[in-house]
Design a protein around this ligand. Sequence first.
Ligand code: TRP
Length: 337
Amino acid sequence: MKKIILTGDRPTGKLHIGHYLGSLENRAKLQDEYDQYIIIADVQALTDNFDNPEKVRKNVLEVTMDNLACGIDPDKSTIFIQSMIPEIAELTIFYSNLVTVARLERNPTVKTEISQKKELFGVEGDSLTYGFLGYPVSQTADITAFNADIVPVGEDQLPMIEQAKEIVRKFNSLYGDVITEPKAMIGNVARVKGLDGNNKMGKSLGNAIYLSDNEQTITLKVMSAITDETKIKKYDKANPDKCMVGYYHDIFSEKDKEKVFLECRQGLRGCVDCKKQLASNITKTLAPIREKRKYYEERPELVEQILKEGIKKARKKARQTMKKVKKAMKINYFKNN
Ligand code: TRP
């Protein structure tokens, strides 16, 4: 029996090269070795976008296509929409008894997100919703409804897995050994910085290159990237370590990067040419992804079919788990439920 992986994204925007290098590239590899479930977490996206359901709805398809474009094979991975699996919501309610409000308030991921919101939108503590505070509980249900053994995550999501483990242990100690305790799998690729030098490439930060961007858009964005500010004239010497163009060359220009860095340090290359070369390399790397994405964009009925089948499979699995959960909790009142 293959081990089970559960991973996924909130559909709040199209996915970008940070997602690709940080997780999607890896997902395409993991699907051979593991039984992989990919959740399009629309319910979680709504916890802080409940006032903008149109945005979440639109991005469910975009994120599905981004995954397929990166090589997710629907015959190997099960890709599904969170809200279509009501068992997850049910399980969330049962789990909510097993975690204290104080513990959720101490969750570092939630804490960071709350303080970011305060900075970005001036949101005050008293507007923190029950749903948002509780999203780690719902994420625990996402993972355990499918009996997942492994959750591939970035470092920032580690406290989420820790929280999930605690809830699972509590459940198992109270009701019997029913739920699989998940483990985190930390990817080998660090988080990708934004074009503006921000530590995070983010949808809301406006500093991302999307998997669906064409050559023209990529070139325009790369032109705006932050370079070594001490370089003023075309042939001034500069430090590629202080330049976002250098940073991306390191990732996308396997063949030319040594020459690029040397010429930059020696003052032999202008930033405009350097940026054009980078844009061309990023475009080349993304070309097969963009092509595949286009294939799915032109066949929305196929994407819908893939989701429907994924939902069917995911639901079957979640139902099995709920049957055991209800039995353990003594809320299986009649013979066949
Ligand atoms: N929290 C993840 C994000 O911010 C999305 C997500 C929802 C998820 N449920 C999950 C990730 C379960 C891993 C496992 O993008």
